[in-house]
Design a protein around this ligand. Structure first.
Ligand SMILES: Nc1ncnc2c1ncn2[C@@H]1O[C@H](COP(=O)(O)OP(=O)(O)OP(=O)(O)O)[C@@H](O)[C@H]1O
Length: 319
């Protein structure tokens, strides 16, 4: 568990971070979201002491990081840097092996763990002997992730981990990232300025502005219960797309037609409205059968889905 208690940082006259407090539970992903310069990276770097706070405390599993040797602390925390930050004159294998070598792992252990990771991250084995400039941006990003994961740390800090990628590569790496079993066991704090990315990957989002926390909550809470105009406006331009991703069939169940008797394969009601739309589109718009948590079944088409979603939206507005 990570806990920040009232941390602040000034750079000269710039108040980069002001009294930021939050808790990240074990195995939770908290995304720091906000415009450029709002203090996200400074906040992240105070967790592993790359920057020391002027005031406040950072606790990891109850231990104040100030009581730990900074080098040892950083070896125990995975860190994915902005702009990847691979060493250009080291091969990919050497880049991944940096921390294990410092921790004096034996060669065989480093080799087998490296091979395991590049397989999980879908990198060809031939990349291990290459240098960073010989890899594509997406491949370099995967190496950055492998380097952060190699010692299997329980805490992972990620600063714009997909920032250097084009939109298509970014979306596919995000999907893989979400599916990676190894990451589901980790407590993650991730920085991004990309609202879609935050909604895709976060359990909770910490929205920041001018060095301060504006709101912390689940993606759904940020969308449907914004605390002020800033929070509302921050999501406004992408609102509909975000709602499609955040609202699941279970949420709109009451607004879908009554139970159907049709047999066949069924999907879980944890499906987001967006995923249901994709399935309907991919199946040439034939009906989709869905089973909700109480085992009730409904068969829906595209029109019924959008109608149910619209009714749910209206109910939120009038709540
Ligand atoms: N080493 C530094 N020296 C002086 N000012 C700094 C330093 N690091 C950050 N700042 C300033 O502190 C403020 C917060 O910067 P920070 O990098 O934390 O923001 P950010 O939200 O991560 O932005 P970005 O997304 O652009 O990286 C900015 O005004 C920045 O110019």
């Amino acid at each position: 568990m990570i806990e920040l208690k009232g941390i602040s940082k000034n750079f000269g006259d710039t108040r980069a971070v002001k009294q930021v407090s939050f808790k990240v539970s074990e195995k939770e992903t908290l995304v720091l979201l906000g415009t450029s310069g709002c203090g996200k990276t400074t906040t992240l770097k105070m967790i592993n002491r790359l920057i020391e706070p002027d005031e406040g405390q950072v606790l990891i599993n109850g231990e104040n990081v100030i009581d730990q040797d900074p080098d040892m602390l950083r070896k125990g925390i995975g860190y994915v840097m902005q702009n990847i930050g691979l060493f250009p004159h080291y091969t990919i294998a050497e880049n991944i092996a940096l921390v294990p070598k410092l921790l004096k792992w034996d060669k065989e252990k480093i080799k087998s763990r490296t091979e395991e990771l590049i397989q999980k991250l879908h990198l060809p084995e031939s990349t291990l002997t290459m240098f960073p400039h010989e890899l594509s941006g997406g491949q370099q990003q995967r190496v950055g992730l492998a380097r952060a994961l190699v010692t299997d740390p329980s805490v992972l800090l990620m600063d714009e981990p997909f920032g250097a990628l084009d939109n298509v590569t970014r979306a596919s790496i995000q999907k893989e990232f979400k599916a990676l079993e190894e990451l589901k066991r980790k407590t993650i704090v991730m920085v991004t300025h990309d609202v879609q990315e935050a909604f895709e990957l976060a359990d909770r989002i910490c929205l920041m502005d001018k060095g301060e926390v504006v709101q912390i909550g689940t993606p759904k809470e940020l969308l449907y219960k914004p605390v002020n105009d800033f929070a509302r406006n921050f999501l406004a331009s992408q609102r509909l797309a975000l709602e499609f991703k955040v609202v699941v069939i279970q949420d709109i169940w009451a607004y879908l037609p009554k139970e159907s008797l049709k047999d066949g394969d069924s999907h879980s009601a944890d499906l987001s409205v967006w995923e249901a739309m994709e399935l309907l589109r991919n199946n040439n718009h034939s009906d989709l059968r869905i089973t909700c948590s109480n085992q009730e079944n409904k068969t829906i088409n595209f029109e019924q889905l959008t109608k149910g979603f619209n009714q749910f939206q209206n109910a939120q507005v009038h709540e």
